[in-house]
Design a protein around this ligand. Sequence first.
Ligand code: PAF
Length: 306
Amino acid sequence: MPALGSVLAGSLHSVNHPAMRIYRTPQAMQRAARQWQREDSRIGFVPTMGYLHAGHLSLVEAARKRVGPKGRVVVSIYVNPTQFAPHEDLSTYPRDLPRDLQLCRDAQVDAVFFPTDAVMYPGRESGDYSTYVAEELVSQGLEGVSRPTHFRGVTTIVAKLFNCVLPDVAVFGAKDWQQAAVIRRMSINLNFPVKVIVAPTHRESDGLAMSSRNVYLSPTERPEATVLWRSILWCRRRVKEAGEVPATILSGEVRRLVETESRGRLDYAAFFDGVSLRPVERVTSGTHMALAVFLGKVRLIDNGRL
Ligand code: PAF
């Protein structure tokens, strides 16, 4: 795991908050949130699946900035089963609750929402859970092609979490660019009274985007994982030099780079408008790119503006 000192130091603030609370049911979380609303405290929310790293803590810091010292910052820790396909890593997803709680305490988080599957999806085991939320436009390309059931799980759980935490502001990481776009759209389309903020990707010193899943990388895979960031830098340079490059040419170059400079396999490299996520044919400065690479058993994603 990355060194956390600087992020932790940056996230401490001077107001003396009462002890961090842990809520385990939607009802208890909603009761607390309603009380904060009565007290006129703004609620900042950072949804996570736990196994926190410095990137998550920077989201906590962004939430604190938005709600101020009198506001309440809530982190949810919940590995959401509905966003994993059957062949994906739900059962092995890394977890370390004691460490997560300590990091949240150190970062002056006011409350952690840590629900069980039974309270989030009552009846799901017996086939009796039947309500899902689906965004049907922005979720279709990119990750939506490789992981066709993923975003329905994400929008469902985030909608449910919003209903529990009642946030004024929710902060998501730019590393999951499409996820943030899908959630922003869902929030607008379903009239959630929440402002969706996207905070910058946190990177290791060699450029690898921080992710809980990086822990899966073997010591030999770990240095090769920088190939995603190197691909983004490559495309940035190409666009800067050429002014405009056809997307098909650039994605071919990225495939070659990934496959010659690592043992990775490119799943996709895509070039699109950063807001609408519509693909572009000609890549210029300001175009957004995203890519996914399989490295051994690990699937890594990254993105950046060119
Ligand atoms: O980005 C994540 O960690 C998850 O997709 C989220 C937003 C917490 C929903 O489970």
